[in-house]
Write a protein that binds this ligand. Structure first.
Ligand SMILES: [Zn+2]
Length: 161
């Protein structure tokens, strides 16, 4: 089940409900981040080698590398639900924010590659995630608030660059 504002974000992504294929006419057949497999939302967010590296690095920066998607994880929603059950308290709230931020960042980087001719680059995506994290200033109680709490809290935060 999708959570909070991310549900709205994904609602903006047009997919064929039977196949999960992105149906925007400008989208390439192949994943623009790895150019190895057909593009669909599950591949893009969790199955792509680029996404796997992205999640590993971003979660490692918070001491949560063990929660990164595994080869057996093929559904973003299932991975998210499973991952959230493995933590509690402030870490759970912060991790929700981090997953929303990560998925949003992968999607933005994908769009930059498709529509602006950018080259897939892990450092660029991680830098974008860090910049987005700094820009997110949501009202109290929204996930961004929890992300800031992690930034200032007990988890170790390292620069993405
Ligand atoms: Zn890919």
């Amino acid at each position: 089940m999708l959570k909070g504002p991310f549900r709205l974000c994904l609602a903006l992504i047009h997919t064929n409900p039977s196949s999960g294929q992105l149906i925007d006419w400008r989208d390439p057949d192949q994943c623009p981040l790895c150019d190895q497999e057909d593009e669909n939302i599950q591949h893009l967010l969790i199955g792509c080698v680029f996404a796997k590296q992205f999640w590993l690095v971003i979660l490692h920066n918070f001491g949560l590398a063990a929660l990164a998607p595994q080869p057996s994880d093929s559904s973003f929603d299932v991975w998210w639900d499973k991952t959230i059950l493995m933590v509690n308290g402030d870490v759970k709230r912060g991790l929700n924010s981090l997953i929303i931020l990560g998925a949003w960042t992968i999607w933005k980087h994908r769009n930059d590659c498709v529509f602006n001719g950018a080259t897939p680059n892990l450092i660029t995506a991680l830098t974008l995630a860090w910049e987005e994290a700094m820009l997110w200033s949501w009202p109290r109680g929204c996930p961004g608030t929890q992300l800031r709490r992690i930034d200032k809290g007990s988890l170790v935060v390292r620069s993405f660059s």
